[in-house]
Design a binder for this molecule. Structure first.
Ligand SMILES: Cc1ncc(C[n+]2csc(CCOP(=O)(O)OP(=O)(O)O)c2C)c(N)n1
Ligand SMILES: [Mg+2]
Length: 329
């Protein structure tokens, strides 16, 4: 992979760079807090943290416009925050409270926002991929020039339904960006143990879908690749694949035996590749921000996250009658 980008080699302004720093930090601190609340028994059930992968969604959201859509898997809190959903509502959903995005009845993997065009949150591996193509089909039908970001993992990329979707998306020239978040592991299975052709960005070749690999620990590289993919889709040229090479620092979910990789491997990524540290260095090194500026951002984020945790602890549990609302039968 090429050396990481600097603002002078990209079209990103200092203010935009500061925003990326802020948005990535919000996700990281939010997820750390969610991990704490889980440890305290305030969050139950499944919970998959996004720590380490922040540059992927922040870079791609920077390439999105109002009205564009996004859909992802169960590792979804970062996507929600990056598209502007309210941290209070996300955290309160994690604690199963009335103030949560699904009124406390969905939990970590099942939140939606029509306002922000966030279509979930899906616990079935790969299930969001055909749904993402369906969203793009609606936009194509309406001819509204919107683009759908359909995120899935390296493990999901080996699923049959992904290729059925690629075929139809290419045939119908749907405006969908397939974002493969390759964090190298599917639960405890390393990519090399499961995947015959590891270059996932080439997986659309049989269908005529172009793709490229991107350094997902470099928010500027992600933004640049996102711009290109968005332009392709908006121009009516059909789908595009971005394989974003990233890394998750925490376990797959809150229970993870951590036997499939070494602590040294994780430590090395954190020390040498961390996306937030990278932007911090760019901001300070390029004199786009002072230590005090960054401290002010840290403080603002801490306040937002603490407020979301307070809200998530004090919002009431859903009333019993709610058992019978928002369900099919
Ligand atoms: C259809 C289906 N099979 C298996 C599972 C269990 N499962 C949950 S996550 C996961 C691994 C997916 O890995 P990847 O696509 O790389 O995403 P990541 O967790 O790394 O973000 C598996 C097998 C599931 N939820 N759904
Ligand atoms: Mg994975």
């Amino acid at each position: 992979m090429a050396a990481r980008k600097t603002p002078s080699k990209s079209n990103v302004s200092a203010d935009e760079l500061k925003k990326y720093y802020r948005d990535m930090l919000l996700i990281r601190r939010f997820e750390e807090k969610a991990g704490q609340l889980y440890g305290m028994g305030l969050i139950g059930g499944f919970c998959h943290l996004y720590i380490g992968q922040e540059a992927v969604v922040v870079g791609l959201e920077a390439a999105a416009e109002d009205g564009d859509k996004r859909i992802t898997s169960y590792r979804d809190h970062g996507h929600m925050l990056a598209c502007g959903m309210n941290p209070d509502g996300v955290m309160a959903e994690l604690t199963g409270r009335e103030g949560g995005y699904s009124k406390g009845k969905g939990g970590s993997m099942h939140m939606f926002s029509k306002e922000k065009h966030f279509y979930g949150g899906h616990g079935i591996v790969g299930a969001q991929v055909p749904l993402g193509a369906g969203l793009a089909f609606a936009d194509k039908y309406l001819d509204n020039k919107r683009v759908t970001f359909t995120y899935f993992g390296d493990g999901a990329a080996n699923q049959g339904q992904v290729y059925e979707t690629f075929n139809m998306a290419a045939l119908w020239k749907l405006p969908v960006i397939f974002v493969i978040e390759n964090n190298q592991y599917a639960m405890g299975t390393a990519q090399r143990r499961s995947t015959s052709t590891p270059d996932l960005y080439t997986r659309g070749a049989a269908f005529g879908i172009p793709g490229e690999a991107v350094d997902g620990m470099d928010v500027l590289a992600v933004k640049e690749a996102g711009d290109k993919a968005v332009a392709h889709c908006r121009a009516g040229k059909g789908p595009y694949i971005l394989e974003v090479k990233t890394y998750r620092y925490r376990g797959h979910s809150m229970s993870d035996p951590a036997k499939y990789r070494t602590r040294e491997e994780v430590q090395k990524m954190r020390e040498e590749k961390d996306a937030i540290e990278h932007v911090r260095d760019l901001l300070l090194g390029g004199k786009h921000a002072t230590e005090d500026d960054l401290k002010a951002i840290d403080k603002e984020i801490k306040e937002i996250v603490n407020k979301s945790a307070d809200f998530a602890k004090t919002s009431p549990e859903p009333a019993l009658e709610e058992l019978w609302t928002d369900i099919y039968a």
